[in-house]
Design a protein around this ligand. Structure first.
Ligand code: HCA
Ligand code: CU
Length: 386
C-alpha cells in the first residue's frame, strides 16, 4: 500500500480548466496555485502551453513563482508540444496519448508500435532536459491490457519517472483498477499515477483502490471539477485516506480545504454540494435523537472525520420531530439555561408536537427554553413577594 506516502497531482489548473464553467484569469490561476501550494499538494498540473498564447504565458508565470509544489504541464505525445512545455520552465511534463482502439481509430490513428516510436522520440529529448517525465495512456480502461503493458514497459525502459493510468470516461470500478494497477506494479519500475473521471460515481473509490494496489500519485481537482462531471476531488480523496489513518494526510494544511472549495465554487459559479465530503453544509450535522445523544457523549460514534481537524465544527440539529432530550439539554447548556431533566423532557415533547404541525426553527426551540426558564424565575419570585 502506498497510502503512507502518496503524492497529489492537483489538476484544477488543467483538468479543472476543462470544466464547463471555468474561465480562469491569470490572477485567478496564480491565486489558485498559491492556495494549493499553501495546502501542501506535491504537484500542480497546468494547462498545456499549446492551448493558446495566454495559456503559454500563464504556465510560464506560475512556473516562475517559486512555489514549493512542483509544476507540471500536460502535452500530447509529440516533440513540438513537449519542447514548448519545457520552455515554460515547469518541473515536469505529463505526456499523454490514447491507446484504446476507439482513440487509435477515431482520434490520432496510430498503431501501438507507432505510439512506442513517438514516445521514444519524445522521451529521448526530455531525458536531456532535466525535467520529471510522465507517460500516460488516455482511455486506459478501454485499452487492451497487452497493448498497455507493451507501451508501459517500453517507456519504463526509456526511463520515465511515472506512468499514468487514465480512466478518461469514468467506466472503471475499484476492483478493475486494483487489478490493473497490481499487474502493472509487477511489470515496471516507474511510479504509477491514477487519473479517474467520475461519470459513474467511482472516482474517489477508484483512486483509493489504485493506492491500495501500489499507485504512488493521484490526480485531483478542487470540488472534482473537470470535463463533464469531473474527476476525483481533492477533499474526497483526503477524506477517504484520512478515514484509514489521519496521519496519512496531516502533511496537508487540512483547515484550508474549506477555503479552497469556497474559492473554486465562487470562481466557477456553482454551490458546494450539500453532500460534499468535509465541506458540504450538512457534512457535520447530526439530527436523529439516537445519533445526537451518542455524538454528544462521544463524537466518534457517528463521525469518522473530526471536524476540528479541518478547522470546522459539528452542528447538532434539534428543531425537528426526530429530536431527543439529550440534544435539547445540550442546547439549553449552550444558552446557559439551568433546567431540570423533567423540564427538558417536557420541552422535548412540545418540540415534537409542534414539529408535527409545521417546520420549526431553532429560534422557536430557544423560545420554549427561555419560556421555561422564565417560568422558573416567576415561581422562585412568588415566595419572596408573599
Ligand atoms: C482528457 C485527457 C485526460 C488525461 C489524463 C492524463 C483523461 O482531457 O481527456 O493525462 O493522465 O482523462 O484522459 O484528462
Ligand atoms: Cu481527465
Amino acid at each position: 500500500m502506498s497510502l503512507e506516502k502518496f503524492s497529489i497531482i492537483e489538476s484544477t489548473l488543467r483538468e479543472g480548466e476543462q470544466f464547463v464553467n471555468a474561465f480562469f484569469t491569470t490572477e485567478q490561476k496564480i491565486r489558485i496555485a498559491s492556495l494549493l501550494d499553501a495546502f501542501g499538494v506535491e504537484y500542480i498540473e497546468l494547462t498545456t502551453p499549446c492551448a493558446s498564447p495566454q495559456s503559454e504565458k500563464d504556465c510560464a508565470a506560475i512556473a516562475r513563482l517559486g512555489l514549493k509544489t512542483k509544476t507540471l504541464t500536460h502535452t500530447r505525445c509529440n516533440l513540438d508540444d513537449v519542447k514548448m512545455a519545457v520552455e515554460t520552465g515547469v518541473n515536469g511534463v505529463d505526456v499523454v496519448i490514447g491507446t484504446s482502439s476507439k482513440l487509435r481509430d477515431f482520434s490520432h490513428g496510430k498503431s501501438i508500435n507507432e505510439i512506442i516510436d513517438l514516445a521514444q522520440n519524445v522521451f529521448e529529448y526530455l531525458k536531456k532536459q532535466n525535467v520529471e517525465m510522465r507517460f500516460s495512456t488516455e482511455d486506459t480502461l478501454r485499452s487492451e491490457p497487452d497493448d498497455l503493458f507493451k507501451v508501459y514497459e517500453a517507456v519504463d525502459k526509456i526511463g520515465v519517472h511515472r506512468v499514468g493510468i487514465a480512466d478518461t470516461v469514468g467506466i472503471g470500478n475499484p476492483r478493475q483498477i486494483y487489478d490493473l494497477v497490481s499487474r502493472l506494479r509487477k511489470r515496471i519500475k516507474a511510479d504509477i499515477e491514477f487519473h479517474g473521471h467520475n461519470d459513474t460515481g467511482c472516482a474517489i473509490a477508484n483512486a483509493f483502490a489504485a493506492l491500495e494496489a501500489g499507485a504512488t500519485h493521484i490526480d485531483t481537482t478542487i470540488l472534482g471539477i473537470g470535463e463533464r462531471n469531473g474527476i476525483t476531488s481533492l477533499g474526497g480523496l483526503v477524506a477517504r485516506v484520512y478515514s484509514v489513518n489521519p496521519a496519512y494526510v496531516t502533511k496537508y494544511q487540512l483547515p484550508l480545504l474549506m477555503h479552497l472549495d469556497q474559492v473554486i465554487a465562487q470562481l466557477v459559479n456553482v454551490d458546494i454540494p450539500f453532500n460534499n465530503y468535509i465541506t458540504g453544509f450538512s457534512a457535520f450535522t447530526h439530527k436523529a435523537g439516537i445519533h445526537t445523544k451518542a455524538v454528544l457523549n462521544n463524537p466518534s460514534t457517528y463521525e469518522v472525520l473530526k471536524p476540528e481537524d479541518f478547522g470546522l465544527t459539528r452542528y447538532i440539529h434539534i428543531a425537528h420531530r426526530l429530536t431527543g432530550w439529550n440534544a435539547i439539554r445540550y442546547r439549553a447548556d449552550q444558552l446557559g439555561l439551568e433546567l431540570s431533566d423533567d423540564e427538558i423532557k417536557r420541552i422535548t415533547e412540545e418540540v415534537k408536537t409542534l414539529a408535527d404541525l409545521h417546520p420549526l426553527t431553532l429560534d422557536e426551540v430557544d423560545s420554549l427554553l427561555y419560556a421555561m426558564r422564565n417560568k422558573q424565575i416567576e415561581s422562585e419570585a412568588i415566595p419572596e413577594a408573599a
